[in-house]
Design a protein around this ligand. Structure first.
Ligand SMILES: *Cc1c(COP(=O)(O)O)cnc(C)c1O
Length: 432
């Protein structure tokens, strides 16, 4: 790891394309750009900064899907048992790279369903209201689907969401709470807290929570803790096992590049595997060698896979496998060290911009994403950037989000983006 980090060591940054190109030359992951399809318009490649929304398609995804189609074509149901790529054990191929990325033990990870479905399944197991202890702490500005999931789940349990869901309100309007505000809220609600459920990286501002300190604070007051890692997985360093997180779930179409509506993942700490636990169950959670005995009683696989309900969706597995193979080949630690350099480069270039139109709402602790909040003319800035070939996103009412990723973006991409942004701001404020 130290070796790779050293490869980026160079003289201090300058706001020049030469500096960007020099960083690219030192980038051990430079070639991975070509492993992905980049969107084009009129034959021109666009610069894609939307890995936080839908990661790009790996070129090998199609072959991976075709492989499943061929297995099905040639062997029908026998494909579940036949060969190295047999469908019954394919799940295990996904587990090992995901365990690396999430800092989990392999048997703590499973691949199943989609994110919001998994939030509900985790709530079944980890929301355990008892006596006075029945509150759930979430962040204000949580992703809407998470809010709906939690609210509808507690209603299903017979509670009024207003009584049990506590939103941590930030001191600063319009952004999520700071890490300290989260910790303070945990202490404040103490023995009334059943569960702390927070995002790892907030989707709106890109803020990275200190999940270790949140998990520790939750444990200290006797609450369980779970994270929605939609914007964190494949983006930031995670140590779910060591941090003693109870559960986590994520989607795989953002930084994991597994395609629209990709199969999602979940982490369940091993301390919960053998315990008597409330869980919704299906035949795919049964131990492999018992699964087809079709017995009356559920015999748990004894690991995170026990939460699986249904037959593996092999076409979706194939997409995730194709993308995880690239991450494995590139090396997760290499991605993190490039990421770090990209963050420094982006932060540096931001300081060179006139900031008479926007303010940065992303705190220092973050992954790829930067969110800029515009006091005025934001939509116009966004449209002009789009016309210049940059794919970024616009969040109502006033935020531009952009997320350069280590696998398929370059330091030069980032430089061009800021150079164009500077030109646009200068044009738009010329007569102010
Ligand atoms: C992207 C995202 C979702 C989307 O949920 P799906 O069930 O995959 O549609 C949910 N929560 C968060 C925090 C997200 O970032």
């Amino acid at each position: 790891m130290a070796v790779e980090l050293q490869r980026y060591n160079m003289t201090p940054f300058t706001n020049t394309i030469a500096c960007a190109q020099q960083l690219d030359q030192h980038d051990p992951l430079q070639g991975y750009r070509d492993w992905f399809f980049h969107p084009t318009e009129n034959g021109h490649e666009r610069t894609y900064f939307l890995g936080n929304s839908l990661g790009l398609q790996p070129k090998q995804t199609m072959a991976s899907i075709e492989n499943v189609l061929k297995q099905w074509q040639q062997d029908g149901v026998e494909s579940f048992f036949k060969g190295d790529d047999n469908w019954l054990q394919f799940h295990d191929k996904l587990i090992s790279p995901l365990a690396t990325i999430t800092g989990s033990l392999p048997h703590e990870v499973t691949v199943m369903n989609q994110l919001t479905v998994n939030i509900h399944l985790m709530m079944v197991s980890f929301y355990r209201p008892e006596g006075r202890r029945k509150k759930i702490l979430i962040e204000s500005k949580a992703f809407p689907s998470d809010q709906y999931a939690v609210a509808s789940f507690v209603r299903h349990m017979g509670f009024d969401p207003d009584d049990v869901i506590v939103e941590i309100n930030p001191s600063q309007e319009g952004v999520p709470p700071t890490n300290q505000e989260v910790i303070d809220a945990i202490h404040q609600h103490g023995n009334e807290l059943a569960l702390v459920f927070l995002s790892g990286v907030n989707y709106y501002t890109g803020q990275l929570f200190d999940l270790f300190s949140v998990a520790k604070a939750a444990r200290k007051v006797g609450a369980l803790v779970g994270f929605d890692l939609a914007h964190a997985v494949g983006n930031v360093d995670l140590r779910l096992h060591d941090w003693d997180v109870d559960f986590a779930c994520w989607c795989s179409y953002k930084y994991l590049n597994a395609g629209p509506g990709a199969i999602a993942g979940a982490f369940i700490h091993e301390k919960h595997h053998q315990a008597e636990i409330n869980r919704l169950e299906g035949w795919w959670g049964v131990k492999l060698n018992e699964r087809f005995l079709m017995k009356k009683n559920f015999i748990s696989s004894g690991n995170a896979a026990a939460w699986q309900l249904s037959t593996s969706p092999m076409l979706l597995f194939a997409c995730l496998h194709a993308s995880l193979q690239i991450i494995e080949k590139a090396g997760w630690h290499n991605m993190l060290s490039k990421q770090q350099k990209m963050i420094e480069w982006t932060d540096f270039l931001l300081t060179t911009l006139p900031n008479n139109l926007f303010k940065r709402v992303t705190p220092q602790q973050r992954g790829c994403q930067i969110s800029l909040q515009f006091q005025k003319k934001g939509k116009e800035v966004y449209s002009r950037l789009f016309e210049k070939g940059f794919m970024i996103d616009w969040r109502e009412p006033d935020v531009i989000r952009f997320a350069p990723v280590p696998l398929y973006n370059s330091f030069t991409d980032i430089w061009h983006f800021f150079n164009s942004l500077r030109e646009i701001i200068n044009e738009l404020t010329l007569n102010d």
